[in-house]
Ligand binder design. Structure first.
Ligand SMILES: Cc1ncc(COP(=O)(O)O)c(C=O)c1O
Length: 459
């Protein structure tokens, strides 16, 4: 036998035991705390061992329990950040994708996987009201935003050959940190991102946007792109897309929509997302509001030629000689990566297993859960809402206690997990619902737990 070969019987036992671990994990998820009681010292002690000279064989599976016990579970009562719940069919798709080990660089390297990815990208485009948009899957919203702004620059002020010239981009002050990060990575410079003030609903103020662009023109600067956020990370606010699209059109600027968190809610509440198709590019995260295992971001756009301007850099060894358009297609010509995982298989399996209606209803339930929590907060005199609830984020605070201390107590109690945001200088407790496992009972627990944590602070 060769070095890495495993006898059939042993491989079969290993695969069966691995699958059993997954099944047991899923079936007992409810018994786990919302967040593991662990520490950096403990995880370092448990998981920093040296790579042994001699293999441990199937003994490695014994570690899984310990790893799971020190991991954040994708359970019903985790409401922090924007973390999807890792739908099991998608997880099984991940496993099968790894078994196939496709390198989805191009049709030539991965025929079925390439066509499947192009198909699911089309499904996502349809789901958000952008039929005809094309694109690719990527690690997440940050990668999608970086690719989008790279395309924006190449379309408006080409830099790939001669290097970057100074230019300006615009996003609201509630934009996700991946926007300034992308602008820094592109060498545009974070100071050349104008953070536009927001209204009382945390939406970009278009009057301020217009004023900022006019000021930059007067100063001889070169505006090239606007980023509208549909579902801001802190409060779920939806920037006024139609007005922003008008500004982009008048000024001939690239319009990128960061819909990493929010845009897939268009499946359930399309009216809130009217005008998405006016964007030049759009980021989505199926690992957020389509409940897929991480990573599963997507960049949609309308123009393959601009994508190629931005990303095509073919070395001779990957040059494609085929003339058939499907067979000649290469993701590496139109996106950032060369070696790429078969991310589309989990979506292909999960979206078809459940069907479109199931996802629409799951998203609608998340939206209802957010409204339920908002009502429970309004009914509790000790608590106060800090932002309108537009999508599935609820930001609130205890009126009299130290909210940061409440959050620490709450997490330590382990029954629910919330994260935080800073809104108009105030520390906010923040719950986000993008979780197909959450029930109405779980939502009711949030207010009870916050009050219990606040009460404990007095002791
Ligand atoms: C609005 C928005 N944009 C971008 C991102 C980044 O996405 P990812 O974490 O998948 O890179 C997030 C993450 O929460 C987000 O909410």
């Amino acid at each position: 036998m060769r070095e890495l070969d495993i006898p059939d019987q042993e491989l079969s036992a290993l695969a069966d035991e691995t699958l059993n671990l997954a099944k047991n994990y899923w079936s007992r998820l409810d018994e786990r705390a919302a967040y593991p009681a662990t520490s950096g010292e403990e995880t370092a002690r448990l998981f920093s061992r040296a790579w042994a000279e001699t293999g441990r064989g199937r003994g490695i599976l014994a570690d899984f329990q310990q790893i799971a016990d020190h991991s954040r579970p994708s359970g019903a009562r985790f409401f922090g950040y924007v973390v999807g719940s890792g739908e099991p069919v998608g997880a099984l798709g991940e496993w099968l994708a790894a078994v196939l080990n496709q390198n989805v660089t191009s049709w030539r390297s991965a025929p079925a996987a390439t066509t499947i990815e192009r198909t699911v990208v089309g499904w996502l485009a349809d789901a958000v009201g952008c039929p005809g948009f094309i694109g690719s899957l990527c690690g997440g919203g940050s990668a999608a935003n970086l690719m989008a702004l790279t395309m924006a620059r190449e379309a408006k002020l080409p830099a790939n050959e001669t290097g970057a010239s100074p230019c300006m981009m615009y996003a609201s002050e509630q934009a996700h940190m991946s926007i300034p990060k992308a602008i820094a990575l592109l060498g545009i410079g974070r100071q050349n991102l104008r953070l536009i003030p927001v209204d009382e609903g945390f939406r970009m103020r278009t009057d301020a946007l217009k004023a900022a662009i006019a000021e930059d023109h007067r100063a001889g600067r070169t505006p090239i792109a606007i980023v509208a956020t549909l579902g801001t990370v802190a409060t779920g606010a939806i920037d006024p897309l139609r007005e922003i699209a008008d500004v982009a059109r008048m000024e001939a600027l690239w319009l990128h929509v960061d819909g990493a968190y929010g845009a897939l809610a268009a499946l359930a509440v399309p009216d809130q997302f009217q005008g998405l198709a006016s964007a030049d590019s759009l980021s989505l995260d199926a690992h957020k509001w389509l409940y897929q295992p991480i990573d599963c971001g997507c960049l949609l756009h309308r123009d393959a030629a601009i994508a190629r301007e931005a990303f095509s850099n073919s070395g001779d060894y990957v040059r494609i000689l085929n003339q058939n358009p499907e067979e000649a297609f290469a993701f590496f010509e139109e996106s950032m990566e060369l070696s790429r995982r078969f991310r589309a298989l989990k979506l292909w399996m999960s979206l078809q297993y459940h069907g479109r209606r199931t996802f629409r209803e799951a998203i609608a339930r998340d939206l209802r859960h957010a409204q339920m929590l908002a009502e429970a907060i309004a009914a509790q005199p000790e608590l106060e809402l800090l932002a309108p609830v537009t999508l599935s984020v609820v930001c609130f605070r205890h009126r009299t206690k130290d909210n940061e201390a409440i959050l620490r107590r709450l997490v330590a109690r382990g029954r629910v997990y919330l994260s935080n945001a800073t809104l108009k200088g105030q520390f906010a407790l923040r719950a986000c619902f993008v979780n197909h496992r959450t029930t109405a009972e779980d939502v009711r627990t949030i207010v009870d737990e916050v009050i219990a944590a606040a009460t404990e602070l007095n002791r």
